[in-house]
Design a protein. Structure first.
Length: 260
């Protein structure tokens, strides 16, 4: 590890990584497979990335598994994704517990079947004492989450328990689904797309962004290591200034990282 990297790891350690797992369908089409086969291959990568988080001593991994907009996909694909999610929960919960990983699911779970909601609750309860956290964002949208937080505060205002002018960023942030977790330090998106697609809109305000060219089923431990290494070569100023501006890279480097 270089001196600069070592300094960054001490001042801004990588505690929380968020990933937009993109490219499953395109990966499958290239191989003449069904879309759900691509999603199944993508599930296998979750284990490898969890291993990488252990190596890098990362406390929280958040995966964008199913967005609110994904309901508009073909009905057969949606059914397949829900079935795959249920299969993952049934097959992985004991492994997560053995690895000391706590499961959290954020999103509008009320739209899931009663059976799937039960599996989610059982999984969260089974792993509740884990020292590390795996967050699955399922039927999730950043705008929805912020609107929900605003609605809660509006309810307090309507009840006469809060004055509108007293509302602060901290109060709104405290109403979010992941308020008890640190904001992501690094957000990775696979498949070469360079947007955040309504993911963690509030939490990504000062997150480092990394755009990997490969599809999610090809994103292995070595690719994760490369993203982590790139993170530790960045200066994080959180809107402040630095006397080291001259050493800042003039443009987005070949690995694809940029600052939100």
């Amino acid at each position: 590890m270089s001196q600069a990297t070592s300094s960054q790891s001490n001042t801004h350690p990588l505690r929380h990584v968020a990933i937009i797992m993109d490219g499953n369908n395109r990966w499958a089409r290239q191989r003449g497979l069904s879309g759900i086969a691509g999603h199944q291959a993508g599930v296998e990568r979750v284990r490898e990335v969890l291993d990488a988080c252990d190596r890098h001593d990362i406390d929280v991994l958040t995966l964008f598994a199913f967005s609110s907009e994904n309901w508009t996909r073909p009905a057969a694909e949606v059914r397949g994704l829900m079935s795959l999610f249920a299969t993952y929960l049934k097959g992985e919960i004991n492994r997560l517990a053995e690895r000391d990983v706590r499961l959290r699911v954020v999103g509008q779970r009320s739209r899931f079947s009663a059976r799937l909601q039960k599996l989610i609750s059982e999984g969260e309860n089974r792993t509740r004492h884990g020292s590390r956290t795996l967050v699955l964002a399922v039927d999730y949208g950043g705008r929805w989450e912020i609107a929900e937080a605003a609605r809660k505060l509006a309810g307090r205002v309507q009840a006469g328990n809060l004055r509108p002018e007293a509302i602060t960023e901290e109060m709104l942030g405290a109403q979010l689904a992941m308020a008890d977790l640190p904001d992501p330090d690094l957000c990775i998106r696979t498949a070469g797309e360079q947007r955040i697609s309504n993911f963690l809109l509030w939490q990504l305000a000062y997150t480092e962004l990394y755009f990997a060219p490969m599809y999610w089923p090809d994103f292995n431990g070595a690719a994760f290591d490369a993203a982590v290494d790139e993170y530790y070569h960045r200066q994080r100023r959180f809107g402040g200034s630095s006397s080291e501006n001259s050493s800042e890279r003039a443009s987005t480097p070949p690995g694809g990282i940029s600052r939100a």
